[in-house]
Design a protein around this ligand. Sequence first.
Ligand code: ADP
Length: 164
Amino acid sequence: MHRTVICPGSFDPVTNGHIDIITRASMMFDDVIVGVFDNSEKHPAFSIEERIDFLNRTVGDIPNVRVIACDGLLAQCAKDMAATAVVRGLRAVSDFEYEFQMALINRKLNPELDTVFLASDSSYTYLSSSAVKNVASHGGDISNFVPAVIHDEVFNRINRKGNK
Ligand code: ADP
């Protein structure tokens, strides 16, 4: 059986924590779709095109990983892409309640869709896109948080915004 999974998220911007989850998923499943949701209600710092570009430059060379834009319901997006599971990273107990609720809702909406949780690598449990933006907006060093290929773009954009 060919197993396709979807890793959904805002990826605003992609961090080393996201890359760890996507890379590990790519070793466990045949195909990994990274579904980038617009999430405009979260007022993302980067456009969906920029977020997809950042992802393509960091995980785009993994042969079984594909980055796409998604909108609407994750359960529907997964169905359209023939994904049988959602892969989500769990950093801490604080992630659990929301993630558990979403997993159950998604399974109600699409009974064939399961959710697989990968425990965050201990070196990334503290890491989130929000933390990256917060540190960069104050001119702090984000070089351990985001991949080198996107570092300057992320830092310059957020730092400029933060200093406005
Ligand atoms: P969302 O807005 O849907 O939470 P994110 O872009 O914040 O999307 O996260 C996408 C996925 O990556 C989620 O499954 C999230 O739990 C996971 N993730 C984010 N940061 C980390 C990290 N540091 N370690 C492991 N998983 C992470």
